[in-house]
Structure formats: structure tokens, C-alpha cells
Ligand binder design. Structure first.
Ligand code: AKG
Ligand code: MN
Length: 217
């Protein structure tokens, strides 16, 4: 028996579902922290409320967004960028709670990317009907770091493709507490979220909230 297999039998750990080389779905990984995560999100959105941003093409996104941490991802008519300041308030984004950082690092480590130190956390709010089209996360200066994506609230269908937009996409149902990590050979994989179905979540109501952790600078 190999040491790895022995370890796996002794401490099964979270349910892991490999999606592709470099990409891993950690089922229920954020569940133990759900109450603290939701409380922290409520505090953040008091200072930096959700808003539906405008794409460079002039379309309003269906997903409402805000950020915490040193840098926040924003889009407007001039393009996509990371900004240390919330353009709505002119103030710095709320600090990233230590729990967020720790959870992101733990999940990255679990997926094989130890030492992840996110400096940006984009917070996405989906209401029924909201979606995110297939895209790559490529506004970060250093793509050596992975992406860690935490799902809370209503379930969603996550689309995960390859390095070309036209590559076939897999569909994965993500539920409250699931975490997806992609990096290394999967770092620039196309991904998106199908239109959110109607529903009511016990803790978050008619919403899905996604935390996307990145190393932006
Ligand atoms: O909501 C999700 O699960 C994915 C979000 C995402 O891909 C992004 O914010 O770039
Ligand atoms: Mn993305």
C-alpha cells in the first residue's frame, strides 16, 4: 500500500472531485465556517454595497458585485482592472477578514497549491436569472497563483471548460459550502455560471453568494 493511499484511508478529509489537471472541487469545504462567513459578508456590504457594474461593451452585468481586501476587481466603460479604491465611495475596500484568507489558503493547499496569499476577494451576488458568461480570469498580474471560489446559498450550475473558449465544458452543480480551486495547467481555463434557478436558501434566501479569491498583484 502506498503512503498516499494509507493517508487517504486514515484521514479521508473533505470529498475531493478532480475536475481537470490543476482543478479540484472540494465538497462542503466551507460549511464549518458558514455562519462566520455570512456575518462577515453582511459587514462588508454595509460599507461597500453590492452593485451591478457595466462592462467595457456597455452592458450591465446581471451579477451584483463588491470586494474586500487590498485590491478589488472592477469594470466600467474603460475596461476591467484591479483598484485599491471602491469607485462608488472613493474609499479603500473593506479589509479581508482573516477567516477568508485562512479558508482560501486551506482550500488551495488541499488542492495542491500551498502558500496561497490572496490580495483580492471579489464577492458575487446572484439572484434567480443572474449568470456569468464563459470567461477566463486573466486580469491578475501573476497567474502562478490559483483561483479559489467559494459557493454559498442557492445551488448553481458551474461551467468548466478548457483553455480555448470553444473547448467542451463540463457542468457541475455547486451547492452551499462547496469550494472550487483551479491553478497550474488549469489556471486560464474558461468557466462560467448558468442562469440561477429560483429557490430559497435557509441561510441566504433568494441568493447565491460566491467569493472568488485571487492574487491580483
Ligand atoms: O460565481 C462563480 O462561481 C464564478 C465567479 C467567477 O468566475 C468570477 O467572479 O470570475
Ligand atoms: Mn471567473
Amino acid at each position: 500500500m502506498t503512503a498516499d493511499l494509507f493517508d487517504a484511508l486514515r484521514s479521508p478529509g473533505p470529498a475531493r472531485e478532480p475536475l481537470a489537471p490543476g482543478a479540484m472541487l472540494l465538497r462542503g469545504f466551507a460549511r464549518p465556517d458558514e455562519a462566520e462567513l455570512i456575518a462577515a459578508i453582511e459587514t462588508i456590504i454595509q460599507r461597500a454595497p453590492f452593485r451591478r457594474m457595466i462592462t467595457p461593451g456597455g452592458h450591465q452585468m446581471s451579477v451584483a458585485m463588491t470586494n474586500c481586501g487590498p485590491f478589488g476587481w472592477v469594470t466600467d466603460r474603460s475596461g476591467y482592472r484591479y483598484d485599491a479604491v471602491d469607485p462608488e465611495s472613493g474609499a479603500r475596500w473593506p479589509a479581508m477578514p482573516p477567516l477568508f484568507r485562512e479558508l482560501a489558503d486551506k482550500a488551495a493547499t488541499e488542492a495542491g497549491f500551498a502558500g496561497f496569499a490572496p490580495d483580492a476577494c471579489l464577492i458575487n451576488r446572484y439572484e434567480p436569472g443572474a449568470k456569468m458568461s464563459l470567461h477566463q480570469d486573466r486580469d491578475e498580474r501573476d497567474i502562478g497563483a490559483p483561483i479559489v471560489s467559494v459557493s454559498l446559498g442557492l445551488p448553481a450550475t458551474f461551467l468548466f471548460g478548457g483553455l480555448k473558449r470553444t473547448d467542451k465544458t463540463q457542468r457541475h452543480r455547486l451547492v452551499h459550502g462547496d469550494v472550487v480551486v483551479w491553478g497550474g495547467p488549469a489556471r486560464l481555463a474558461f468557466h462560467g455560471v448558468a442562469p440561477l434557478a429560483e429557490g430559497e436558501h435557509a441561510l441566504l434566501g433568494r441568493r447565491r453568494i460566491n467569493l472568488t479569491f485571487r492574487r491580483a498583484r
